[in-house]
Design a protein around this ligand. Structure first.
Ligand SMILES: *Cc1c(COP(=O)(O)O)cnc(C)c1O
Length: 386
Protein backbone atom coordinates (compact mmCIF):
# COMPACT_ATOMS: atom_id res chain seq x y z
CA UNK A 1 0.00 0.00 0.00
CA UNK A 2 1.42 3.42 -0.87
CA UNK A 3 2.28 5.76 1.96
CA UNK A 4 0.17 8.76 1.01
CA UNK A 5 1.61 11.17 3.58
CA UNK A 6 5.16 10.57 2.33
CA UNK A 7 4.13 10.83 -1.30
CA UNK A 8 2.27 14.08 -0.66
CA UNK A 9 5.32 15.47 1.17
CA UNK A 10 7.40 14.58 -1.91
CA UNK A 11 5.00 16.56 -4.10
CA UNK A 12 5.30 19.44 -1.64
CA UNK A 13 9.09 19.35 -1.82
CA UNK A 14 8.99 19.50 -5.62
CA UNK A 15 6.55 22.41 -5.58
CA UNK A 16 4.04 20.18 -7.40
CA UNK A 17 1.36 19.74 -4.76
CA UNK A 18 -1.92 21.08 -6.07
CA UNK A 19 -4.44 22.79 -3.84
CA UNK A 20 -7.90 24.08 -4.50
CA UNK A 21 -9.01 27.61 -3.79
CA UNK A 22 -12.56 28.39 -2.79
CA UNK A 23 -14.61 30.49 -5.18
CA UNK A 24 -17.05 32.53 -3.08
CA UNK A 25 -18.74 34.47 -5.88
CA UNK A 26 -20.29 33.66 -9.24
CA UNK A 27 -17.75 32.67 -11.91
CA UNK A 28 -16.70 35.63 -14.04
CA UNK A 29 -14.12 38.27 -14.83
CA UNK A 30 -14.28 39.54 -11.25
CA UNK A 31 -14.37 36.92 -8.54
CA UNK A 32 -13.99 36.49 -4.81
CA UNK A 33 -11.57 33.70 -3.89
CA UNK A 34 -10.50 32.70 -0.38
CA UNK A 35 -11.88 35.94 1.03
CA UNK A 36 -10.24 38.27 -1.47
CA UNK A 37 -11.46 40.03 -4.64
CA UNK A 38 -9.61 39.37 -7.87
CA UNK A 39 -9.64 40.27 -11.50
CA UNK A 40 -9.52 36.83 -13.11
CA UNK A 41 -7.89 35.63 -16.32
CA UNK A 42 -8.16 32.06 -15.14
CA UNK A 43 -11.48 30.58 -16.27
CA UNK A 44 -12.84 29.11 -19.51
CA UNK A 45 -15.96 31.26 -19.28
CA UNK A 46 -15.05 32.85 -22.61
CA UNK A 47 -18.39 34.50 -23.33
CA UNK A 48 -19.15 35.55 -19.76
CA UNK A 49 -22.22 33.28 -19.64
CA UNK A 50 -21.45 31.11 -16.58
CA UNK A 51 -23.56 33.33 -14.33
CA UNK A 52 -25.92 34.84 -16.89
CA UNK A 53 -29.35 35.47 -15.29
CA UNK A 54 -31.35 34.21 -18.31
CA UNK A 55 -29.56 30.85 -18.18
CA UNK A 56 -29.97 30.56 -14.40
CA UNK A 57 -33.64 31.41 -14.80
CA UNK A 58 -34.12 28.71 -17.45
CA UNK A 59 -32.60 26.16 -15.06
CA UNK A 60 -34.71 27.43 -12.15
CA UNK A 61 -37.94 27.32 -14.16
CA UNK A 62 -37.22 23.79 -15.40
CA UNK A 63 -36.34 22.61 -11.88
CA UNK A 64 -39.56 24.11 -10.53
CA UNK A 65 -41.53 22.18 -13.13
CA UNK A 66 -39.76 18.83 -13.30
CA UNK A 67 -37.41 18.70 -10.32
CA UNK A 68 -33.71 17.97 -10.25
CA UNK A 69 -32.91 14.33 -10.85
CA UNK A 70 -32.98 12.51 -14.18
CA UNK A 71 -33.45 9.39 -12.08
CA UNK A 72 -32.11 6.89 -14.61
CA UNK A 73 -29.76 6.38 -17.54
CA UNK A 74 -30.83 7.58 -21.01
CA UNK A 75 -31.65 4.03 -22.19
CA UNK A 76 -33.94 3.42 -19.21
CA UNK A 77 -36.27 6.32 -18.36
CA UNK A 78 -33.75 9.16 -17.93
CA UNK A 79 -33.92 10.54 -21.49
CA UNK A 80 -36.15 13.58 -20.97
CA UNK A 81 -37.89 15.51 -23.75
CA UNK A 82 -35.67 18.48 -22.78
CA UNK A 83 -32.54 16.40 -23.52
CA UNK A 84 -34.03 15.27 -26.81
CA UNK A 85 -34.97 18.78 -27.93
CA UNK A 86 -31.55 20.12 -27.01
CA UNK A 87 -29.85 17.42 -29.09
CA UNK A 88 -31.84 18.57 -32.11
CA UNK A 89 -31.00 22.22 -31.43
CA UNK A 90 -27.30 21.44 -31.06
CA UNK A 91 -27.14 19.40 -34.27
CA UNK A 92 -28.86 22.18 -36.21
CA UNK A 93 -26.59 24.79 -34.62
CA UNK A 94 -23.34 23.12 -35.71
CA UNK A 95 -24.78 22.05 -39.08
CA UNK A 96 -24.57 18.29 -38.60
CA UNK A 97 -27.35 15.71 -39.00
CA UNK A 98 -27.51 14.47 -35.39
CA UNK A 99 -26.12 15.03 -31.89
CA UNK A 100 -25.87 13.10 -28.63
CA UNK A 101 -25.50 14.59 -25.13
CA UNK A 102 -22.90 13.31 -22.66
CA UNK A 103 -22.48 14.27 -19.00
CA UNK A 104 -19.01 15.82 -19.57
CA UNK A 105 -16.44 16.22 -22.30
CA UNK A 106 -14.19 13.77 -20.49
CA UNK A 107 -16.89 11.10 -20.52
CA UNK A 108 -17.73 11.81 -24.17
CA UNK A 109 -14.12 11.34 -25.24
CA UNK A 110 -13.79 8.06 -23.35
CA UNK A 111 -17.08 6.77 -24.74
CA UNK A 112 -16.78 7.84 -28.38
CA UNK A 113 -13.20 6.72 -29.01
CA UNK A 114 -13.93 3.36 -27.37
CA UNK A 115 -17.03 2.90 -29.52
CA UNK A 116 -15.18 3.58 -32.79
CA UNK A 117 -11.91 1.69 -32.33
CA UNK A 118 -10.94 -1.41 -30.37
CA UNK A 119 -7.73 -3.39 -29.92
CA UNK A 120 -7.59 -4.07 -33.67
CA UNK A 121 -7.66 -0.33 -34.40
CA UNK A 122 -5.29 2.61 -34.12
CA UNK A 123 -5.68 6.14 -32.74
CA UNK A 124 -3.54 8.87 -34.33
CA UNK A 125 -3.33 11.71 -31.84
CA UNK A 126 -1.73 15.15 -31.80
CA UNK A 127 0.97 15.25 -29.10
CA UNK A 128 -0.67 18.28 -27.46
CA UNK A 129 -4.14 16.74 -27.16
CA UNK A 130 -6.13 17.12 -23.94
CA UNK A 131 -5.59 14.49 -21.24
CA UNK A 132 -9.08 13.04 -21.76
CA UNK A 133 -8.20 12.12 -25.36
CA UNK A 134 -4.99 10.47 -24.19
CA UNK A 135 -6.96 8.44 -21.64
CA UNK A 136 -9.62 7.65 -24.26
CA UNK A 137 -7.02 6.19 -26.62
CA UNK A 138 -5.52 4.07 -23.83
CA UNK A 139 -8.87 2.81 -22.58
CA UNK A 140 -9.88 1.78 -26.12
CA UNK A 141 -6.86 -0.58 -26.21
CA UNK A 142 -6.20 0.56 -29.78
CA UNK A 143 -2.63 1.21 -30.85
CA UNK A 144 -1.83 4.79 -29.78
CA UNK A 145 0.28 6.74 -32.29
CA UNK A 146 1.10 10.32 -31.42
CA UNK A 147 2.13 12.76 -34.15
CA UNK A 148 4.11 15.98 -33.69
CA UNK A 149 1.90 18.97 -32.98
CA UNK A 150 -0.08 19.93 -36.13
CA UNK A 151 2.50 18.08 -38.28
CA UNK A 152 0.47 16.76 -41.24
CA UNK A 153 3.48 15.08 -42.88
CA UNK A 154 4.22 13.12 -39.70
CA UNK A 155 0.56 12.13 -39.38
CA UNK A 156 0.42 11.00 -43.00
CA UNK A 157 3.55 8.89 -42.57
CA UNK A 158 1.97 7.14 -39.56
CA UNK A 159 -1.30 6.60 -41.45
CA UNK A 160 0.51 5.21 -44.48
CA UNK A 161 2.48 2.73 -42.35
CA UNK A 162 -0.52 1.55 -40.37
CA UNK A 163 -2.13 -1.82 -41.00
CA UNK A 164 -4.84 -1.28 -38.38
CA UNK A 165 -8.38 -2.33 -39.26
CA UNK A 166 -10.04 0.87 -37.99
CA UNK A 167 -8.26 4.20 -37.80
CA UNK A 168 -9.22 7.32 -35.87
CA UNK A 169 -7.44 10.68 -35.98
CA UNK A 170 -8.06 12.65 -32.78
CA UNK A 171 -7.29 16.32 -32.31
CA UNK A 172 -8.16 19.28 -30.14
CA UNK A 173 -9.64 22.00 -32.37
CA UNK A 174 -8.14 24.74 -30.17
CA UNK A 175 -5.14 23.56 -28.14
CA UNK A 176 -5.79 24.35 -24.51
CA UNK A 177 -2.30 25.46 -23.44
CA UNK A 178 -1.28 27.17 -26.71
CA UNK A 179 -4.53 28.62 -28.06
CA UNK A 180 -3.67 27.70 -31.66
CA UNK A 181 -5.96 25.81 -34.07
CA UNK A 182 -5.71 22.38 -35.66
CA UNK A 183 -5.71 22.42 -39.50
CA UNK A 184 -9.12 20.76 -39.63
CA UNK A 185 -9.73 20.89 -43.43
CA UNK A 186 -6.35 19.23 -44.14
CA UNK A 187 -6.93 16.66 -41.40
CA UNK A 188 -10.30 15.85 -42.96
CA UNK A 189 -8.61 15.29 -46.33
CA UNK A 190 -6.13 12.90 -44.74
CA UNK A 191 -8.92 11.10 -42.90
CA UNK A 192 -10.75 10.54 -46.17
CA UNK A 193 -7.62 9.50 -48.05
CA UNK A 194 -6.79 6.85 -45.42
CA UNK A 195 -10.36 5.80 -44.59
CA UNK A 196 -10.08 7.05 -40.99
CA UNK A 197 -12.45 8.82 -38.62
CA UNK A 198 -11.60 12.43 -37.80
CA UNK A 199 -12.55 13.20 -34.20
CA UNK A 200 -12.40 16.95 -33.49
CA UNK A 201 -12.61 18.09 -29.85
CA UNK A 202 -13.86 21.70 -29.98
CA UNK A 203 -14.04 22.28 -26.21
CA UNK A 204 -12.44 25.73 -26.53
CA UNK A 205 -13.92 26.71 -29.91
CA UNK A 206 -17.65 26.11 -29.48
CA UNK A 207 -19.44 29.42 -28.90
CA UNK A 208 -16.26 31.35 -29.64
CA UNK A 209 -15.14 30.55 -33.19
CA UNK A 210 -17.10 31.44 -36.32
CA UNK A 211 -19.32 34.44 -36.96
CA UNK A 212 -22.27 32.77 -35.21
CA UNK A 213 -20.22 30.97 -32.58
CA UNK A 214 -20.89 27.57 -34.13
CA UNK A 215 -17.29 26.62 -33.53
CA UNK A 216 -14.35 25.36 -35.51
CA UNK A 217 -16.41 23.92 -38.39
CA UNK A 218 -17.97 27.32 -39.04
CA UNK A 219 -14.54 28.94 -38.69
CA UNK A 220 -13.23 26.77 -41.53
CA UNK A 221 -16.47 26.93 -43.55
CA UNK A 222 -17.09 23.21 -43.13
CA UNK A 223 -20.57 23.12 -41.55
CA UNK A 224 -22.62 22.92 -44.73
CA UNK A 225 -20.35 20.32 -46.32
CA UNK A 226 -20.77 17.94 -43.53
CA UNK A 227 -23.27 15.49 -44.90
CA UNK A 228 -20.58 14.83 -47.49
CA UNK A 229 -18.08 13.97 -44.73
CA UNK A 230 -19.32 10.89 -42.92
CA UNK A 231 -15.90 10.41 -41.33
CA UNK A 232 -16.21 13.63 -39.30
CA UNK A 233 -17.07 13.31 -35.62
CA UNK A 234 -17.47 16.60 -33.77
CA UNK A 235 -17.32 17.09 -30.01
CA UNK A 236 -18.03 20.27 -28.07
CA UNK A 237 -18.30 20.82 -24.35
CA UNK A 238 -20.99 22.89 -22.65
CA UNK A 239 -19.19 23.93 -19.47
CA UNK A 240 -16.77 26.42 -21.05
CA UNK A 241 -18.09 29.16 -23.39
CA UNK A 242 -21.67 27.84 -23.08
CA UNK A 243 -21.47 28.44 -19.32
CA UNK A 244 -23.38 25.35 -18.15
CA UNK A 245 -22.15 21.73 -18.06
CA UNK A 246 -21.95 18.65 -20.23
CA UNK A 247 -20.91 17.91 -23.80
CA UNK A 248 -22.30 16.70 -27.09
CA UNK A 249 -21.03 14.66 -29.99
CA UNK A 250 -22.37 15.42 -33.48
CA UNK A 251 -22.14 13.60 -36.80
CA UNK A 252 -24.23 11.32 -38.95
CA UNK A 253 -27.49 9.80 -37.70
CA UNK A 254 -25.87 6.35 -37.89
CA UNK A 255 -22.96 7.56 -35.75
CA UNK A 256 -25.35 8.77 -33.04
CA UNK A 257 -27.31 5.50 -33.17
CA UNK A 258 -24.09 3.53 -32.89
CA UNK A 259 -22.98 5.57 -29.86
CA UNK A 260 -26.36 5.07 -28.17
CA UNK A 261 -25.71 1.34 -28.50
CA UNK A 262 -21.98 1.17 -27.84
CA UNK A 263 -20.60 4.18 -25.93
CA UNK A 264 -20.20 2.82 -22.40
CA UNK A 265 -19.93 6.25 -20.79
CA UNK A 266 -23.29 7.09 -22.36
CA UNK A 267 -25.02 3.85 -21.46
CA UNK A 268 -23.84 3.10 -17.92
CA UNK A 269 -24.41 6.45 -16.27
CA UNK A 270 -27.35 8.48 -15.04
CA UNK A 271 -28.57 11.17 -17.43
CA UNK A 272 -27.69 14.71 -16.34
CA UNK A 273 -30.47 16.73 -14.71
CA UNK A 274 -32.83 17.81 -17.51
CA UNK A 275 -32.85 21.34 -16.06
CA UNK A 276 -29.28 21.58 -17.38
CA UNK A 277 -30.59 20.88 -20.88
CA UNK A 278 -33.04 23.77 -20.44
CA UNK A 279 -30.11 25.95 -19.31
CA UNK A 280 -28.03 25.01 -22.36
CA UNK A 281 -30.98 25.80 -24.65
CA UNK A 282 -31.11 29.28 -23.11
CA UNK A 283 -27.35 29.60 -23.50
CA UNK A 284 -27.55 28.65 -27.21
CA UNK A 285 -29.96 31.53 -27.78
CA UNK A 286 -27.45 33.95 -26.25
CA UNK A 287 -24.50 32.45 -28.16
CA UNK A 288 -26.38 32.82 -31.46
CA UNK A 289 -28.20 36.05 -30.66
CA UNK A 290 -25.44 38.15 -29.10
CA UNK A 291 -22.54 38.28 -31.58
CA UNK A 292 -21.32 41.36 -29.72
CA UNK A 293 -19.82 38.97 -27.15
CA UNK A 294 -17.48 37.58 -29.82
CA UNK A 295 -16.76 41.09 -31.12
CA UNK A 296 -15.82 42.18 -27.59
CA UNK A 297 -13.47 39.19 -27.30
CA UNK A 298 -11.78 40.03 -30.61
CA UNK A 299 -11.37 43.62 -29.43
CA UNK A 300 -9.82 42.54 -26.11
CA UNK A 301 -7.45 40.11 -27.84
CA UNK A 302 -6.23 42.90 -30.13
CA UNK A 303 -5.75 45.27 -27.21
CA UNK A 304 -3.80 42.68 -25.24
CA UNK A 305 -1.51 41.97 -28.22
CA UNK A 306 -0.86 45.65 -28.70
CA UNK A 307 0.01 46.18 -25.04
CA UNK A 308 2.21 43.11 -24.70
CA UNK A 309 4.45 44.37 -27.50
CA UNK A 310 6.01 46.71 -24.92
CA UNK A 311 6.78 43.85 -22.49
CA UNK A 312 9.84 41.57 -22.47
CA UNK A 313 7.79 38.40 -23.05
CA UNK A 314 5.98 37.49 -26.29
CA UNK A 315 2.47 36.14 -26.65
CA UNK A 316 2.30 32.79 -28.42
CA UNK A 317 0.67 32.79 -31.87
CA UNK A 318 -3.03 32.54 -31.03
CA UNK A 319 -6.14 34.24 -32.32
CA UNK A 320 -8.37 32.66 -29.66
CA UNK A 321 -9.20 33.82 -26.10
CA UNK A 322 -6.38 31.57 -24.85
CA UNK A 323 -3.41 33.95 -24.99
CA UNK A 324 -0.31 32.36 -23.44
CA UNK A 325 2.50 34.73 -22.49
CA UNK A 326 5.68 32.77 -23.11
CA UNK A 327 8.03 33.27 -20.15
CA UNK A 328 10.32 30.25 -20.57
CA UNK A 329 11.80 29.80 -17.10
CA UNK A 330 9.67 28.01 -14.49
CA UNK A 331 10.65 30.23 -11.57
CA UNK A 332 10.12 33.38 -13.59
CA UNK A 333 6.62 32.21 -14.61
CA UNK A 334 5.82 31.53 -10.95
CA UNK A 335 7.21 34.92 -9.92
CA UNK A 336 4.89 36.61 -12.42
CA UNK A 337 1.82 34.64 -11.33
CA UNK A 338 2.62 35.39 -7.66
CA UNK A 339 3.26 39.07 -8.43
CA UNK A 340 -0.05 39.33 -10.25
CA UNK A 341 -1.87 37.63 -7.38
CA UNK A 342 -0.39 40.14 -4.91
CA UNK A 343 -1.80 42.83 -7.18
CA UNK A 344 -5.27 41.23 -7.12
CA UNK A 345 -5.05 39.45 -10.49
CA UNK A 346 -5.48 35.71 -11.06
CA UNK A 347 -3.58 34.22 -13.99
CA UNK A 348 -2.05 30.75 -13.74
CA UNK A 349 1.57 29.86 -14.46
CA UNK A 350 1.65 26.69 -16.58
CA UNK A 351 4.86 24.70 -16.19
CA UNK A 352 6.33 21.38 -17.33
CA UNK A 353 5.24 18.60 -17.52
CA UNK A 354 1.96 20.22 -18.63
CA UNK A 355 3.95 22.10 -21.30
CA UNK A 356 7.39 21.30 -22.81
CA UNK A 357 10.56 22.03 -20.82
CA UNK A 358 11.66 25.67 -21.20
CA UNK A 359 8.23 26.91 -22.28
CA UNK A 360 6.65 27.88 -18.95
CA UNK A 361 3.97 30.46 -19.54
CA UNK A 362 1.19 32.56 -18.10
CA UNK A 363 -2.06 31.30 -19.54
CA UNK A 364 -4.10 34.46 -20.00
CA UNK A 365 -7.68 33.50 -20.64
CA UNK A 366 -9.92 36.29 -21.90
CA UNK A 367 -13.67 36.62 -21.58
CA UNK A 368 -16.32 38.81 -23.16
CA UNK A 369 -17.04 39.69 -19.51
CA UNK A 370 -13.75 41.61 -19.33
CA UNK A 371 -13.71 45.34 -19.95
CA UNK A 372 -10.93 47.18 -21.76
CA UNK A 373 -9.87 48.59 -18.39
CA UNK A 374 -9.32 45.02 -17.12
CA UNK A 375 -6.82 44.35 -19.91
CA UNK A 376 -5.07 47.62 -19.16
CA UNK A 377 -4.82 46.70 -15.49
CA UNK A 378 -3.22 43.36 -16.39
CA UNK A 379 -0.77 45.07 -18.75
CA UNK A 380 0.16 47.66 -16.12
CA UNK A 381 0.80 44.95 -13.51
CA UNK A 382 2.95 42.96 -15.96
CA UNK A 383 4.85 46.17 -16.75
CA UNK A 384 5.64 46.61 -13.05
CA UNK A 385 6.87 43.03 -12.83
CA UNK A 386 9.06 43.26 -15.95
C1 LIG B 1 -12.12 20.83 -20.86
C2 LIG B 1 -11.81 19.87 -21.95
C3 LIG B 1 -12.38 18.61 -22.00
C4 LIG B 1 -13.21 18.07 -20.88
O1 LIG B 1 -14.49 18.61 -20.91
P1 LIG B 1 -15.35 18.59 -19.57
O2 LIG B 1 -16.73 18.84 -20.01
O3 LIG B 1 -14.79 19.69 -18.72
O4 LIG B 1 -15.16 17.24 -18.95
C5 LIG B 1 -12.14 17.80 -23.09
N1 LIG B 1 -11.34 18.22 -24.09
C6 LIG B 1 -10.73 19.43 -24.07
C7 LIG B 1 -9.84 19.84 -25.20
C8 LIG B 1 -10.94 20.29 -22.99
O5 LIG B 1 -10.34 21.46 -22.94
Amino acid sequence: MIDLATRLAELDALGLRRRRRELESPQGAHVRVDGRDYLSFASNDYLGLAAHPAIAEAARAAAAEIGTGAGAAHLLTGHHALHHRLEQELAAFVGLPAALLFSTGYMANLGVVGALVDRHGAVFADKLNHASLVDAAQLSRAEHKRYRHNDLAHLEQLLRESTAKDKLIATDAVFSMDGDLAPVPELLELAEKYDAWLYVDDAHGFGVLGEHGRGVLEHFGLSSLVTGHPSLVYLATLGKAAGVSGAFVAGSADLVDWLVNKARTYIYTTATPPMLAAAVSASLKLIAGEPERRRQLAHLIARLKEGVAALPWPLMASGTPIQPLLVGDNHEALRLADGLRERGILCPAIRPPTVPEGSARLRISLSAGHAEADIDRLLAALGELA
